[in-house]
Design a protein around this ligand. Structure first.
Ligand SMILES: Cc1ncc(COP(=O)(O)O)c(C=O)c1O
Length: 354
């Protein structure tokens, strides 16, 4: 693997084709084949992929985009970049993803997109969003940044909605060696527009149909990602195995709430999140034992200074706010061994027993 990555990097460096080199098309085509979709377009990052998807699907100034209040800011930022307003909704009870019922309550004549996020690699209740999309004539865009390779009713996330976006940020399940992202869209005309938007609205060299942005996937990233892509399913399978070890070990620990998984879904555990009463105490305890943990995220978006203008103070989204105060991401990567997981679990149990 290491050798193939070095070879791929050397090939691109020697070629001199750093922007739109042949490796970009090769990777896009391999990712599309792997997903079972017509076409994939690489982008500079997941944020700009969301921007292109929202704009391509008709999100405009004055519009509203419904999404979860518990996500990376990028999901909401893309709505704002289109001139629209993000409309935040709370989580589905028992899960970490957007509640379709809350989403439906917030649909107005201004709603221009529904954006479920498959947070932590857990597929959201996609059918419910597709049903809402059909009922109200609103496009559904899946934010798959944290869930590449997860399956919903047997199909990869990102294959059943109007558009889907991905991130190759290094820590993602298919992580690159810098920034990168991708999108796909069902309608070929919209896909074509989104591709052009991501490359300065360019129809051919020195000809621009409209103004777009510079959001191209680097040739170097594409070449490296193409080396990694064939391993993604196997890495995700390893993450599921690690998650199962955690699940089993915490099954008889009432203070630990483990992630809810919808039936007929295969999550990919971008992170493994538990809810505990004293999260900060546990994090410090684990840190003292050299066990590194994370918090995704310490603050729901309504409480971020960037969204103060929405006037949705503490208590506006009780389930998301509770998650932010009580969640802890335990070590999770495909190479974790059962012994390492048991060491983490033993430390968590030791803390809880004090
Ligand atoms: C849910 C979600 N959406 C979008 C993004 C944005 O991706 P990127 O960092 O590649 O712009 C991320 C990455 O942090 C994410 O986690």
């Amino acid at each position: 693997m290491r050798k193939r990555l070095h070879e791929a990097a050397a090939r691109v460096i020697d070629s001199g084709a750093y922007i739109k080199g042949p490796e970009v098309k090769i990777f896009e085509s391999n990712m599309a084949k792997w997903m079972g979709v017509e076409s994939v377009c690489g982008t500079a990052c997941g944020t700009s992929a969301l921007w292109a998807a929202m704009k391509g699907l008709g999100v405009k100034p004055g519009g509203e985009v419904i999404t979860t209040v518990h996500t990376a800011i990028a999901t909401a930022e893309a709505a704002t970049l289109c001139g629209a307003t993000p409309v935040f909704c709370d989580l589905e009870p028992g899960y970490f993803f957007l509640s379709a019922r809350e989403a439906e309550k917030n649909i107005t004549p201004k709603t221009q997109a529904l954006v479920p996020v498959h947070l932590y690699g857990q597929p959201a209740a996609l059918d419910e969003f597709l049903e809402l999309g059909r009922k109200y004539g609103i496009p559904v865009i899946e934010d798959c940044a944290q869930a590449q390779g997860a399956r919903y009713k047997g199909k990869y996330v990102g294959t059943q909605s109007d558009a889907a976006t991905f991130s190759f940020f290094p820590s993602k399940n298919l992580g690159g060696f810098g920034d990168g992202g991708a999108f796909t869209a069902k309608d070929p005309a919209k896909m074509k527009w989104m591709k052009m938007f991501s490359n300065h609205g360019r129809s051919q060299k020195y000809e621009h149909e409209f103004e777009g942005i510079n959001s191209r996937l680097d040739t170097l990233q594409a070449a490296l990602l193409d080396v990694c892509l064939p391993h993604l399913d196997e890495w995700n399978q390893s993450r599921r195995r690690v998650a199962l070890w955690y699940d089993e070990a915490f099954a008889d620990v009432p203070q630990v709430t483990i992630p809810g998984v919808l039936p007929e879904t295969e999550p990919v555990y971008h992170v493994y999140v538990i809810l505990v009463p004293d999260r900060d105490g546990l994090q410090e305890f684990l840190s003292n034992r050299q066990i590194e943990t994370g918090i995704h995220y310490p603050m729901s978006l309504n409480l971020q200074p960037a969204y103060r203008y929405l006037n949705q103070g503490p208590g506006s989204f009780p389930r998301a706010e509770y998650a932010c105060e009580h969640m802890l991401s335990l070590p999770m990567h495909p190479a974790l061994t059962q012994e390492e997981v048991h060491r983490v679990v033993a430390a968590v149990k030791e803390f809880l027993a004090r």
